[in-house]
Design a binder for this molecule. Sequence first.
Ligand SMILES: [Mg+2]
Length: 445
Amino acid sequence: MTATSARITAVDTYDVRFPTSRELDGSDAMNPDPDYSAAYVVLRTDAGDGPEGHGFTFTIGRGNDVQAAAINALRPHVVGRDVAELCADPGSLSRDLIGDSQLRWLGPEKGVMHMAIGAVVNAVWDLAAKREGKPLWQLLAHAEPEWLVSQVDFRYIADALTPEDALRLLREGRTGLAERESILLERGYPGYTTSPGWLGYSDDKLTRLAKQAVADGFTQIKLKVGADLDDDIRRMRTARAAVGDGIRIAIDANQRWNVDEAIEWTKALAEFDPYWIEEPTSPDDVLGHAAVRRAVAPVKVATGEHVQNRIVFKQLLQAGALDILQIDAARVGGVNENLAILLLAAKFGVPVCPHAGGVGLCELVQHLSMFDYLALSGTTENRVIEYVDHLHQHFTEPVVMRDGHYTAPLSPGFSATMREESLAEYRYPDGTFWAADHAGQEDAA
Ligand SMILES: [Mg+2]
């Protein structure tokens, strides 16, 4: 370390909200009026024209200010850090953030504080990948297995996954990496779309969007369910008629049910051949998921977007409670914890099909799945990344879909950077959109 080495000079946070509730985009059985939002963070440095690190966590409106405040509480751990050391070992910051003895009381490793840690840690990985001149998926896939293992916190999971297990999986995963990388660059990574299936949409809109999804090359769509059984039977019949038998239809209850209800409701929809039932009940209910899975097979059970950390994922896997593991790039403690979760999934042989959508979640999580394919699972069989086709225009490097696949991003970083114009317009409450909106409400009153 020299006196002239670059340091982190600021952690700037932004409360960014989009008025998505006005179109019922994103409506489901538990979240009828989401305003998709990001508690967005920028790590600034004194490296002259060097890159900044961008990250965020996703919320659905009210409370995004709380999330931003949680990020601000982490500032003292970040400002002043040596940039080169930080990027060479993001795990060191991750451990310090998780280990803050006073903030840890608010978790531990769950909820608002943990999501804030995820936003900051992801911003560090964005900075590290930009400095390397590589997209994050490639930085991870080309990294030495020993170094990747050093980035994982094995505390509380070593009974299911040891560092030696992880090293073995990552070493085995490298076989054929170059060939898979050329396949990835040519074809991309398979996606599925939730755009037809929001609960607030009419049957006509469902039919039109479901047919469009097939025309766009998707082989799986997803329907939100769980508000009204008769409606769900009609919507599922409508969707099946629109796409035919060769397309998978997943269903997603967003935690609406008790265990018994989940079983009855899923069985009532079984005649339409749902591929998986997602979040049938509370994300904390490990044994409940296991009971649902036993009862509804061959319908698969998927969960993870609200699973708060690697320890709960470990239990879900140990209990045989899921068929599909759904990581989320911005729910847990960032890339480091998602590495642990991907390794757990690989150890148990469970396919990972990430949760995405919201704002920016597609942009982030594609990197993790592409790493998983190249350097860990070695396959895209029965693996798909969720895709929702809104709000991508707010990012400088939006995802690019082609024939139902995520094309591999080539720009350096984690694809987390939002456009300056979008920040200026949708920053809450003082961005130009919200200021005009609030002024309009006052005029009307
Ligand atoms: Mg879901």
